[in-house]
Ligand binder design. Structure first.
Ligand SMILES: Nc1ncnc2c1ncn2[C@@H]1O[C@H](COP(=O)(O)OP(=O)(O)O)[C@@H](O)[C@H]1O
Ligand SMILES: [Mg+2]
Length: 254
């Protein structure tokens, strides 16, 4: 197996008396698609939030390759090539599809307020290059024909694709996705997962995906971690994970 691009080691996170994560250790090998499953409240979203720096773990470690990133700010973690999408997409609804990608890029660079002509020219060139990059990304995810549509007019599935496009603007090595196909019709859901496969195979991007729709997503992934009550209860290949008694019991028990 490839080296691990992302690793958590015994990560624990509490919210008051609730133990959302207990000693969670997972590996995401380079160029792989890893899936997290588990009933509601298992800790899946919390794990994504801890990895991306939204929450600091109470204990445990998070590594990118061999670098310890535990407790770094979301911005620093993002700059290290870890991008994410959200369970509920929140595009800037009044901006166009293209502008939604450009806004992300500008946030990455920070606003450059300058007055000299030279710098202004450079700024224009940067903006042009960013727009080109954004259009290339829109082509990859088949949203290029909608580039000047207001994001608020996209379908739910197209907004999920736009989320992926926004995540791609930072040239990530890994994308953390929280429920990328929730509420999306099966045809578009499969299309989204086909894009994920292509991004892995053509751009060597790894994925950590949280998703309830096992029927659609399991067949696209390489490794599955099952969680329950904040713990990892099984890890296996997608065809075997469901036959673990603990996994079946977690789902039946709710
Ligand atoms: N910000 C928070 N404050 C308090 N409790 C939280 C917070 N986020 C998550 N939790 C709790 O942590 C547990 C795990 O939640 P979550 O990670 O959202 O689960 P999942 O994504 O698997 O449905 C739940 O009991 C949830 O109520
Ligand atoms: Mg969740």
């Amino acid at each position: 197996m490839n080296e691990n691009i992302l690793r958590t080691f015994k990560v624990t996170k509490r919210f008051g008396g609730i133990i959302a994560l207990q000693d969670v250790s997972i590996n995401v090998p380079k160029e792989s698609i890893v899936m997290l499953i588990g009933p509601n409240g298992s800790g899946k979203t919390t794990l994504i939030n801890v990895i991306s720096g939204q929450y600091k773990p109470d204990s445990g470690k998070i590594y990118v390759y061999d670098k310890d990133i535990t407790g770094l700010s979301p911005h620093k973690i993002y700059k290290m090539g870890i991008s994410r999408t959200f369970q509920i997409p929140l595009p800037f609804r009044k901006l166009t599809v293209l502008e939604n990608l450009l806004v992300v890029a500008r946030n990455v660079e920070g606003e450059k307020i300058t007055s000299s002509l030279f710098k202004r020219k450079k700024w224009i060139k940067d903006e042009e290059e960013l727009a080109e990059k954004a259009m290339e990304i829109l082509e990859i995810i088949n949203l290029d024909h909608l580039w000047d549509n207001e994001a608020g007019n996209l379908s739910g599935g197209q907004m999920k694709l736009l989320e992926i496009g926004r995540a791609l603007m930072s040239d990530p090595e890994i994308i953390l996705m929280d429920e990328p196909v929730a509420g999306v019709n099966p045809k578009l859901a499969n299309e989204i997962m086909e894009h994920v496969l292509a991004l892995r195979d053509e751009y060597s991007i790894s994925f950590l995906i949280v998703e309830h729709r096992l029927d659609i997503v399991l067949k696209y992934v390489d490794i599955v971690y099952a969680m329950h009550n904040g713990r990892v209860i099984a890890v296996d290949s997608p065809d075997k994970i469901i036959s673990h008694p603990a996994v079946a019991a977690a789902y039946l028990g709710g």
